[in-house]
Design a protein around this ligand. Structure first.
Ligand SMILES: NC(=O)c1ccc[n+]([C@@H]2O[C@H](COP(=O)([O-])OP(=O)(O)OC[C@H]3O[C@@H](n4cnc5c(N)ncnc54)[C@H](O)[C@@H]3O)[C@@H](O)[C@H]2O)c1
Length: 257
């Protein structure tokens, strides 16, 4: 899909990868970009930074609140017209294994899975009616591989990828395209503290990631891998899963997590 004249919503748009995608989409010719974030001030500042006046909007939104997601989509459609691209990008790291509290597991589930369900429910009917639309989910390489020491994060990001796959297969014939972004380490607010083993193949800048996302959307590619090594790891894992698990055990032992 070309971004020219498109209407875009990006959650987690107050900084990091979300704000960088907003800037990149504006340069690619998007008509309107709505940056939604739990931190409404950050979203407003990031929207001002887009430099497109009232066509760049920053709003406060908790993506785990379905009614608020619906209201955001309705408001965007009233202001700018139908939503062409919804980037469900908000997320947060979480440490811990099986011992993480039930609340911590549930919060990660709401943030990394249900928020994407709410986004799809809110935008898909109008996209399907128009015969076109694009969903971009930010998951993580942790969902394809593993973030050592972060069970709730890895498991919920894996579920996000499966949801994206479901949507791509189920709604492809309706004209819906889906991509899922699976980076390793990216230099954002969440990264220094919560990166875990995600720095193994180098840390990318958010603007570099945004370039890769735009190219993938233009080419309508499902997996978006700013660290190309991740694609090789997925092949190795599928080819010889037992060897893969042994290698990951060595990585875990070295990391001490
Ligand atoms: N930085 C990395 O190394 C890395 C690696 C893989 C995947 N990711 C994923 O990329 C996405 C973007 O993260 P980032 O790296 O730009 O970090 P970031 O912390 O800069 O951005 C995440 C944004 O999401 C917002 N957010 C968190 N919970 C929210 C909620 N309930 N409702 C609305 N907004 C909420 C935060 O306020 C923040 O602005 C996340 O989904 C993250 O899991 C990041």
């Amino acid at each position: 899909m070309e971004l020219t004249d498109r209407v875009v919503i990006i959650t987690g748009g107050g900084g990091g990868i979300g704000a960088a995608m907003g800037r990149r989409f504006v340069r690619a010719g998007a008509r309107a970009v709505v940056l939604a974030d739990r931190d409404g001030d950050a979203a407003a500042a990031a929207a001002t930074g887009l430099g497109i006046g009232e066509r760049g909007l920053g709003v406060a939104l908790d993506v785990t609140d379905e009614a608020a997601v619906v209201a955001l989509v309705e408001d965007t459609m009233r202001r700018f017209g139908p939503v062409d691209l919804f980037c469900s990008n908000a997320g947060a790291g979480a440490e811990g294994g099986l011992d993480a509290s039930n609340d911590a597991w549930q919060r990660q589930w709401e943030l990394h899975v249900m928020s994407h369900v709410y986004a799809g429910r809110a935008v898909l009917p109008s996209m399907i009616a128009r015969g076109e639309g694009y969903l971009m989910h930010t998951a993580s390489a942790a969902g394809l591989l593993l973030a050592v020491g972060s069970a709730p994060y890895s498991v919920t990001k894996a579920a996000c990828i499966k949801l994206a796959e479901y949507e791509a297969i189920t709604h492809g014939d309706d004209g819906i395209r889906v991509s899922v972004l699976c980076p390793q380490g990216v230099n954002t607010a969440m990264a220094p503290r919560q990166l875990g083993d995600g720095g193994t193949d180098g840390i990318r800048e958010p603007d570099e990631v945004a370039d890769v996302v735009l190219a993938a959307i233009e080419e309508e590619r499902f997996f978006v891998l700013p660290h190309p090594e991740v694609g090789d790891y997925v092949v190795r894992k599928a080819t010889d899963p037992d060897r893969w698990v042994k290698g990951m055990r060595r990585l875990r032992a070295r990391s001490g997590r």
